[in-house]
Design a protein around this ligand. Structure first.
Ligand SMILES: [Zn+2]
Ligand SMILES: [Zn+2]
Length: 360
């Protein structure tokens, strides 16, 4: 399978995508290039896949992608130095261990694996570290030694695979509504209940339902950093992965179809119910969806990932949205600091109460 390192047109060094400038940077000659400048010098870096490639994928299906990929072969050759690169089955972009050049495993990004879209990283590692520190700073009982310099070095920018769906459907809903009226005449109280059959129908469009398409790892962390902002979405180009890691999906959209349908039904129900007013009580029947259509997109989205192993060897995972900075993950709690607070507030309060009790 092909591996690529998109090279600097000046000196041939490996290019890195720079989130701060949204340009491609060469660390060797310190140049910056925008995409237009690069596409002139190496058209394959930014151009669409050649048509015969697409054709082969569509007709060949699984067989033509090769047993190598399906079986998760993990050895590749670095295009810069020729060293062997070890990868996970789902790795799509990484670094060469020996020459530190960025390597894109383009074979894992072609044909049916070609992402439709990418949101590039919006801030670099330094900023990710400082945002992460801020996030921890807000939590009171995190152990003081947590997140040392050594841990920071393990912060990695990873493009995670996601499925995104837009759906549209005609929804209808019936509900029984009750109106109650009470009045008095002399000694007698009258109550009148009127029952209504309420009917609502409407077309609902839902956008950007996002599902993590990576089965291995902690899925809640890939889903917890949502939402991503679509306005920065770009058509996929492998160049964006240079200098980051990237994972290829190991879940297909069919595995999320049921969830997508459920979300569409829930939203439609809420939307239709919101239009019914003026009843004392309302009991709706399940919503009916007609002509549900969905459009799916396979996207690589930017996530900073940090792992931390505590003294007992327990592994903690954290993720941060590489576009918005939203962080996710359970921070460890320092029992001693929690206890100190407990003793600092609760105990004096208890003493005060006791004194108060004695004085009364
Ligand atoms: Zn250069
Ligand atoms: Zn190398």
């Amino acid at each position: 399978m092909a591996t690529e390192t998109y090279k600097c047109p000046n000196c041939g060094g490996g290019l890195l995508f720079d989130p701060q400038t949204q340009k491609f940077h060469c660390e060797y000659c310190m140049s910056y290039f925008n995409e237009e400048e690069l596409s002139k010098s190496q058209p394959e870096a930014s151009s669409e896949m050649p048509p015969e490639e697409a054709f082969k994928e569509e007709t060949g299906g699984k067989e033509t992608t090769g047993s190598e990929e399906e079986a998760g072969a993990v050895l590749y050759t670095c295009p810069s130095c020729g060293a062997e690169i070890v990868t996970e089955e789902t790795t799509a972009a990484t670094f060469c261990y020996y020459c530190h050049n960025p390597v894109v495993l383009s074979g894992r990004l072609e044909g049916k694996w070609k992402p439709d879209a990418v949101i590039p990283f919006a801030f670099n590692k330094e900023e990710a570290v400082s945002r992460f520190r801020q996030w921890i700073g807000k939590k009171k009982f995190v152990p003081r030694g947590f997140f040392s310099e050594k841990q920071i070095e393990k912060l990695t920018g990873v493009y995670f695979p996601y499925w995104r769906a837009d759906s549209t459907a005609q929804g209808s809903l019936t509900a029984q509504g009750v109106k109650k009226r009470t009045w008095r005449a002399g000694d007698i109280e009258y109550t009148e209940r009127s029952y209504y059959r309420v009917l609502r129908e409407g077309r609902v469009d839902l956008e950007d339902m996002t599902f993590s398409a990576l089965f291995r790892g902690d899925r809640s962390l890939a889903e917890g950093v949502q939402p991503f902002d679509d306005s920065a979405m770009e058509a996929f180009r492998p160049l964006y992965l240079q200098g980051f890691q990237a994972e290829k999906r190991d879940m297909e959209k069919d595995q999320f179809r049921q969830r997508m349908e459920g979300m569409t039904a829930d939203y439609t129900k809420r939307f239709l119910m919101d239009t019914i007013n003026g009843y004392q009580s309302l009991s709706p029947s399940p919503v009916q969806l007609h002509g549900l259509e969905s459009k799916w997109q396979y996207a690589l989205l930017p996530v900073w990932v940090l792992t931390y192993r505590d003294k007992k060897g327990k592994l903690f995972y954290y993720t941060m949205n590489g576009q918005t900075g939203k962080a996710c993950g359970k921070l460890p709690v320092d029992i001693k600091r929690l206890l100190a607070l407990f003793l600092g507030i609760f105990l004096p309060l208890l003493i005060l109460l006791l004194i108060g009790g004695y004085l009364l």
